[in-house]
Design a protein around this ligand. Sequence first.
Ligand code: NCD
Length: 311
Amino acid sequence: MKTRFNFTNRDIVSIKGFTREEIDYILEIAAAFEPLAEKGSDMLKGKVLAELFFEPSTRTRLSFETAMYKLGGNVIGFAEPGVSSVKKGETLADTVRVVENYSDVIVMRHPLEGAARFAAEYAHVPVINGGSGAEEHPTQALLDLYTILKAKGRIDGLNIALMGDLRYGRTVHSLAYALSLYDVKLNMVSPELLRMRTEVLEDIKTRIDVTEHRDVEDILPELDVLYVTRIQKERFPDLGEYEKVRGTYKVDLDLLRNAKDDLVVLHPLPRVDEIAVEVDSTPFAKYFEQTRNGVIVRMALLALVLGAIKE
Ligand code: NCD
C-alpha cells in the first residue's frame, strides 16, 4: 500500500494537526484494513505499544490493544497509575522517558489538558492522545467520522447535531474540529451550563455554519446524525452544578418518532441514561458499531505511525 502523506513517527495529539486530505486518507486506510480485522496480519510483528492510562477506560484502551494484537504486535502498560511508579511520585516526563525505551509507540490517557502534548515533547516514539482531560480525544473523532462515512456513504452535506455535555466532553471537541473540515451543518444541543466551549465555536465558525439549541426537538426532523454524549460528572468542579443538569436530555423511542428514517444515533459510550435501552434494537442505533470501528481505525493509525505502510 502506498502513502501520500508522511505519518511515520507522527504524534497524534490533537485532531487540529490534520488536514481534511490526511483525515480522508486515514479513513481510506481504515476501510482497506477491514478484512485484516477478521483475519489478522503480522504487519506490526516485533513492535510494542505502551499504554499509559491515568484515567479509567474500557473502549480506548482495549481497542488499541486489540488493534495491536490483530496486526501481530505486543502491548505493555498500565490501566491505572496506582500500580505504576507514578504512585511513588515519578513525574510524567520521567515516566515517558522510561517507557519510550520499552516501546515503539505510546498511547496515553491523562486527566490534565495538555498532558499528551507534554508527553509528545519528551518522547522520541510517537505519542497518541487517548484523551487529555476535557480537551481532546482525536482517535475517537476519527472513528466517529469513519462510522458516519460507513453509515451514510459521505460526510459532506450532512446535518449533524452534537448533544449533551459539550463543555467537558472531549470527544465532541475533537469531533467538532474534524467535522468543520467538511461541508456540514453543525448543531450544538445542550443545557446552558454545558454549552460548547467558546474556543471551539470560534474556531469552527470560521469554516462552517454552527447553530446552538437548548432542545433537540427543534431540529430533530432535519437531522442526519445525532451524536449524544454523557454528562462528564467527574469533571465538574462543583457537584451542585452537575445536579442542575443531570437527566436534562434523553433520547428514547418517543423522541425518535419525529426523526428521519435513516437518522444515525451515535454515542462514544459509556452511556448512563442519555439513550434509553429501547433505542438499541432500532436501525437508528450505531453506537455499538462505533466500538467495532474503533478497532479498525486504530489498526490503521498504528500501522501509519509505525511506518508499516510504505511509500
Ligand atoms: C469517552 C471519553 O473517555 O472521553 N469515552 C471513550 O473514549 N469512548 C466518553 C466518556 O467518557 O463519556
